[in-house]
Design a protein around this ligand. Sequence first.
Ligand code: G4P
Length: 531
Amino acid sequence: MTSTGDYSSKTIREQAARRRTFAVISHPDAGKSTLTEALALHARVIGQAGATHGKAGRRATVSDWQKMEQERGISISSAALQFEYRDAVLNLIDTPGHADFSEDTYRVLSSVDCTIMLVDAAKGLETQTMKLFEVCAHRNIPIITVINKWDRPGLEPLELMDEIRERTGMLPTPLTWPVGASGDFRGVLNRADGTYTKYTRSDGGASIAGEETMDAEAAEALEGDAFTTAVDESELLEMEEQNHDQESFLAAKSTPVMFAAAVLNFGVHKILDTLVDLAPPAEPRTDKNGEPRPVDAPFSGFVFKVQAGMDANHRDRLAYIRVCSGVFERGMVVTHASTGKPFATKYAQQVFGRDRAVIDEAFPGDVVGLVNASALRVGDSLYLDKPVEFPGIPTFSPEHFMVIRAKDSSKYKQFRRGIEQLDHEGVVQVLRSDLRGDQAPVLGAVGPMQFEVAEDRMVQEFNAPCRLEPLPYTIARRTTEECVPTLARERSVEVLSRSDGELLALFSDRWRLQGVERQHPELVLEPLVVS
Ligand code: G4P
């Protein structure tokens, strides 16, 4: 096998095998930020989780994490929180908290090898939980499900398992089972060996919760009926063959389940252990042609997120790269696959380089943030020596549409630049047609807050105040050039082209779409499925 620079193939393979690259995803409010802090605390990175308790400062955005980094000395490489646990290196990739930015979340999912799906014990599966399950299952991303907030009254655990099974089609295979009903969380039965882990509260959840593991006999003596009920329920699961199976977990057909109360740090240890023991390491990524690139091949990676304006003084633009093979070394010159041009990482890294944030090297599974990488777009591949292109990152079906125009025609140049930039970053989808012209492109979004961000940035960053007018469409379908003349004759239908070359036909609603489909069954009108 090849080696990269000073690193032997063996070293690279070993480092890749240590990596667990994952994201915590959930419907808003299920406890994502709380769990993020708790995981880092348990990995003993943070001295006191809960020190910043209170909603305001706790949205797990990148800038919050930078604050966290300064205050607490956590090593944060841009959009990823990296920490060591046992012998593993865990990369926790940040996802936006608000459902309106779910397209961003979906993109981030292309960079992870596993997800932790948080479910609120009282609410069960919510809208966003369902969408995320769907995306993960579609892309075969293994899911570890964590039922959170067990310290509060909620649903019956068996009921929750039925809901997961029926609504997601995935088999829930609990690794732990709660002892004590929701609202009376005493500990968990470890289903693999029948032992009991008892949790005790520490001061306001500020430090690691007390944990004591004992055998079944001691547990029964201590907890009485609460423990025997858990054992009985676990046997019911056994009868339904709801036991962990690594192969079906990796194929996203079953999901291991754990019970936790992130705010009290109950069950967090077990989540970390499960990540190390069960989550897949960084493995060879398949390229566009279906060929896996070995982890010890020369460096390669792809851009899964572009973000601008993180540093108000610099107006910088960060491209986040997931390393797929080899070693990323600061300063190396790589090739940008879509243009074939060399891309120097040196300058970028110097600007980025504040103490701990400097990344000198990164291995497969790690995330690197490149500053002022204005040539890079979401989905682009980078490589060293041996060319490779990874599959593009899917875009999602927009459901909201607005026409955007510059308020001041003398600012048209700024306007164009701004639109192009927002398009590159994937802040919104930019759709065009000859009919509308370049002065008035259409913006498409999955969630309406994306428009607010776009408008704000057009003013603040590009000095191009603009006007947005809503369009009465809610559905987009992929179509072909041949279908355009027929569609153009239909009322309340419009065809626009997206910057990735796709032709999208927009319809006012489901009924309009069905009407057109009935009338012209020959037309290509494909849903923009997540792929
Ligand atoms: P999110 O990032 O998924 O949106 O959720 P976040 O962590 O902000 O948590 C949402 C709320 O749920 C917070 O309460 C948080 O304290 C609470 N929470 C998280 N995990 C648990 C848990 O295991 N048990 C209980 N009982 N509550 C939990 P908040 O009142 O909105 O804010 P705060 O003032 O308590 O921080």
